[in-house]
Design a protein around this ligand. Structure first.
Ligand SMILES: *Cc1c(COP(=O)(O)O)cnc(C)c1O
Length: 619
């Protein structure tokens, strides 16, 4: 695995310089420099770094690709896009997004009341806001209020009931307003075609969402009879996230395009837009031959524009405006989670651990010779010999012929021989090598929670690119398993010889070693759970000024212990009081010690759950 697959997943966002991973932008600072700078300010534990320039890059790429496709096909409709808030609602993300995207007329999509409030308060007036998901009367009233404020709202109805509610709200408003300002109406269609991959069920006839053709016709009639056809302006579908293949999208586009054209011909004169939802995939793979998508953004844009044009032409209707709601594609790359390695397990296998005697059993002597003389030419042969010897030595131990020290020497020597053989044979990729790697894997205990920071790894086995921040001039030779700090065996990224990760051999009491988890900006934050009460990590925004220099902004520290308990609705006054009383009443504490102990306790309560110290080292 050269460069940790950076050329596969990195999209030129990062670059290796001076043995460290650097941001490939402006002054190209290294991630380790930024990390150390933040840690020097006293923030320990995992860090989530956000890079607004990468949000801007994705938005700009999206718009550029569609503008290019429009030009190529001479497409008449406009291209517009909104960001679906469910993918990332965190203020440091959303505020950066809104700030850098103004020039693109880029809006927000809301799928719940709380998201709608974010959209209403953060979207500049006039930029599109689409409102999807199941809605009650209150949510629809909020859409009317937003429209009255001047917002450009489109309500996408998921069922006929919502349309009836829209009419009810309108009627009620018209009791004291002459004519209510009705938001634009979109209709989510229930596609016959299904998506692909994990989220395929967002589309298809049994999908949770959308109107069947029968319901579409009823909705049309209802709008017509209420003289509201002027509000019907969008057709919407979404075939599911992380589309690995483009062909299901093409089928869906044909289906949706024809529905658009049919409704238009029927008399939906205000209908002018088709919203193709999200689904644009992100390349998370760091292993050759295991890539997750088979199309480029330009191909995606070309297909959408071409197909819409073709359908409009053949049915003789105007080319619709095209909306997208890509979330993953826009936000995944903007954040990097950086977590310190706390400890390595199985490090006992080093030369220092050997307890060789003046006179060792012959097989141990032989292992020792193999270890000191192994070379590329004989690596395979020596490896086999070593594995054989180990079996024999274990048998000898069971029969009582060698002692515990001999057995320990055998384990260490064989482990060292395997490591050396792998190092010497590193250009080979044989099954045998892969198999033995599992025997010498190293466990890296890392100061983060997979449940909190990589929930899709836990729930869906989604792979996220992982690499260390430095030592990139040294070949990493340890097949690695990554352990998080939760007390849950699921909090482990196991060494997988199909998708192997190798990390460096380090002496953690001498050397700091950080791992970075990339592409964590989509879905991972709000889906993250507080298992064991590990909360959202400390985050910071990294911005670049006109002189290419970076600055660290908007640091939000991980929640402190007492706030975490408060969130669970504990009465924190009672907790404080109980702790205080226990100190007051303890017969083990002398009265002149009480104040110092209490101060210490309160200090700990004001800090977060992540680990700070292992074996007296600050991490
Ligand atoms: C989730 C969702 C999206 C975003 O999908 P991505 O795959 O993240 O681009 C867009 N539209 C709708 C309706 C959604 O539910």
């Amino acid at each position: 695995m050269k460069n940790f697959g950076l050329d596969i997943w990195g999209d030129n966002n990062f670059i290796i310089n001076d043995n460290t991973i650097n941001i490939n932008y402006a002054s190209k600072p290294s991630l380790i420099q930024i990390t150390k700078e933040i840690r020097e300010q006293g923030y320990k534990g995992p860090l989530l770094l956000r890079f607004p320039h990468l949000i801007k890059k994705q938005i700009s790429n999206l718009f550029k690709s569609f503008e290019k496709a429009k030009e190529e096909f001479n497409y008449k409709g406009s291209f517009q896009a909104v960001f679906p808030l469910k993918v990332n609602q965190f203020p440091n993300f959303v505020e950066s997004l809104v700030d850098i995207s103004k020039e693109y007329n880029y809006g927000l999509e809301a799928g719940s009341k709380a998201e709608l409030i974010i959209a209403m308060s953060k979207t500049p007036m006039g930029l599109p806001i689409t409102v999807n998901g199941f809605k009650d009367k209150e949510m629809i009233s909020l859409c009317f209020i937003a429209t009255k404020m001047g917002h450009n709202i489109t309500i996408t109805i998921e069922g006929l009931g919502e349309l009836e509610t829209i009419m009810q709200v309108k009627d009620e408003l018209e009791i004291y307003e002459t004519t209510a300002l009705v938001p634009k109406i979109g209709m989510r269609i229930r596609l016959h075609s299904t998506g692909i991959g994990t989220w395929a069920k967002s589309g298809g006839y049994s999908s949770k969402f959308g109107l069947t053709s029968t319901e579409l016709l009823e909705a049309y009639d209802l709008l017509k009879s209420n003289d509201m056809l002027n509000s019907l302006w969008m057709i919407h579908f979404h075939i599911g996230s992380q589309m690995s293949d483009i062909s299901p999208l093409k089928k869906a586009l044909r289906e949706a395009g024809n529905i658009y054209a049919e409704l238009k011909k029927r008399g939906a004169y205000a209908l002018g837009a088709i919203n193709i939802g999200g689904g644009l995939a992100v390349e998370y793979s760091q292993h050759e031959g295991k890539t997750e998508r088979n199309y480029s953004l330009q191909e995606f844009a070309n297909d959408v524009v071409f197909l819409m044009q073709e359908i409009a032409k053949s049915k003789g209707v105007d080319e619709p405006d095209i909306f997208t709601e890509s979330g993953r594609y826009i936000s995944a790359s903007h954040s990097v989670l950086i977590a310190p390695v706390l400890e390595l397990f199985s490090q006992e296998y080093n030369e220092k651990g050997l307890r060789l005697k003046d006179k060792n059993p012959p097989l141990i002597e032989e292992l020792n010779d193999l270890y000191s003389s192994i070379c590329p030419k004989h690596a395979h042969e020596y490896l086999h010999d070593a594995l054989d010897h180990m079996e024999s030595l274990f048998t000898l131990f069971d029969l009582g012929y060698i002692d515990l020290e001999d057995r320990s020497n055998a384990e260490i020597l064989v482990n060292l021989i395997i490591k050396k053989a792998i190092f010497l044979l590193s250009d080979e990729d044989t099954d045998e090598l892969k198999r033995i790697q599992e025997r010498i894997q190293e466990r890296y205990l890392v100061n983060f929670s997979a449940f909190q920071s990589l929930p899709d790894f836990w729930g869906l086995a989604q792979h996220f690119p992982i690499m260390p921040l430095d030592k990139l001039d040294e070949k990493p030779t340890n097949p690695a398993t990554i352990w998080d700090i939760t007390c849950d065996s699921d909090g482990e990224i196991e060494f997988n010889n199909q998708l192997p990760i190798y990390l460096h051999n380090i002496e953690i009491d001498k050397d700091e070693y950080f791992l970075a988890f990339f592409l964590t900006g989509a879905y991972q934050e709000v889906l993250g759970m507080k298992h064991n009460l590990f909360t959202h990590p400390t985050e910071a925004v990294i911005e670049f000024n006109d002189n290419q220099e970076y600055s660290i902004k908007n640091i939000i520290e991980a929640q402190n212990l007492i706030d975490v308990l408060d969130d669970l609705d504990y009465d924190t006054h009672k907790i404080n009081k109980a702790l205080k009383e226990q100190i007051e009443n303890s017969s083990f504490i002398k009265s002149d010690e009480k104040k110092a102990l209490l101060d210490k306790l309160y200090l700990y309560l004001s800090e977060n759950s992540y680990l700070k110290t292992i074996q007296a080292i600050e991490r």
